[in-house]
Design a protein around this ligand. Structure first.
Ligand code: ADP
Ligand code: MG
Length: 263
């Protein structure tokens, strides 16, 4: 190939990559071509290598977008979780959930236990993995979901919101039980849960055992009906022990207490 030819082809590839909105093809095809010549790749091998650069970059930016839009309060990963502090949480059971199959089957995952024991951490970790796998995920606290549902209801847009939420394969409801829920709001929440039954997944966290959900939903019948649907296809984890936040500061705590007592 003459020099002029070569340059013409290069600018044509650059132009075509832009036209296809595939910038990584434009930026990487020449370096991959050099590798291909060295390795005597077939045309098919070269094409696959060039396309896979674009495909994996797109998958990565898609994952980043889904994670951003999910609204996690903080990004936490399962890898960062120290399972030795939570012997009742089986690493293997969590690992099986990391495959994401439970979301395809519209199953649920529940984390119950005292504050600071890693419920939000694990809920977020599973949510981040799901978003990476291509599932649409949305995170909010129970109070946050109730606010959204109530506002939509007041504007006559509840059906629209519920329909939109059906577009998410996974909803995370954090902190059930921290804030008591009015009867009307509990009913809206019940509609959300029952609408997802066997259709979409939920991760829920709560400081209250199921037997006490009636207290925060203000209505034992609604709470019982809801728990019934949630636990039908659910993996339930019960955290134990004291707060990790406090445990991590064991050395600091006595001096803080001493300081407080001094005042
Ligand atoms: P909860 O939701 O149960 O109140 P969090 O998940 O918010 O608790 O945990 C409190 C803090 O402690 C977070 O920063 C979390 O990342 C951390 N944490 C809790 N348990 C663990 C653990 N076993 N390993 C690592 N970090 C943990
Ligand atoms: Mg929490």
């Amino acid at each position: 190939m003459t020099r002029a030819h070569h340059t013409a082809t290069e600018s044509e590839v650059a132009y075509l990559a832009r036209a296809l909105k595939a910038p990584r093809i434009g930026s990487d095809y020449a370096a991959i071509a050099a590798q291909a010549r060295d390795g005597s790749w077939t045309y098919e091998e070269y094409l696959a290598a060039v396309l896979s650069v674009e495909a994996s970059a797109r998958a990565e930016s898609g994952a980043r977008g889904r994670i951003r839009r999910a609204g996690f309060p903080q990004i936490k990963t399962i890898d960062e979780f120290d399972f030795s502090t939570q012997p009742t949480i089986d690493r293997g059971r969590i690992a099986r959930l990391e495959t994401g199959g439970w979301i395809t089957e519209a199953g649920n995952v529940i984390f119950l236990g005292p504050p600071g024991t890693g419920k939000t951490h694990l809920a977020t970790g599973l949510g981040v993995i799901a978003a990476r796998q291509g599932y649409r995920v949305a995170f909010d606290t129970a109070a946050g979901w109730i606010t959204r549902l109530t506002q939509a209801h007041n504007r006559g847009e509840l059906d629209g919101l519920l329909k939109k939420l059906n577009g998410y394969q996974l909803l995370i409801v954090d902190e059930v039980g921290y804030v008591p829920i009015e009867a009307d709001a509990a009913n809206l929440f019940f509609q959300l849960v029952s609408g997802r039954y066997e259709r979409g997944s939920l991760i829920m966290t709560s400081n209250l055992p199921f037997s006490r959900w009636g207290e925060c939903f203000g209505d034992i019948t609604v709470a019982a009906a809801m728990v019934d649907r949630i636990v039908h296809h659910a993996e339930i984890f019960t955290h134990k022990g004291t707060s990790y936040r406090i445990a991590g500061r064991e050395g600091v705590l006595p001096s803080v207490v001493a300081e407080r007592q001094a005042h």
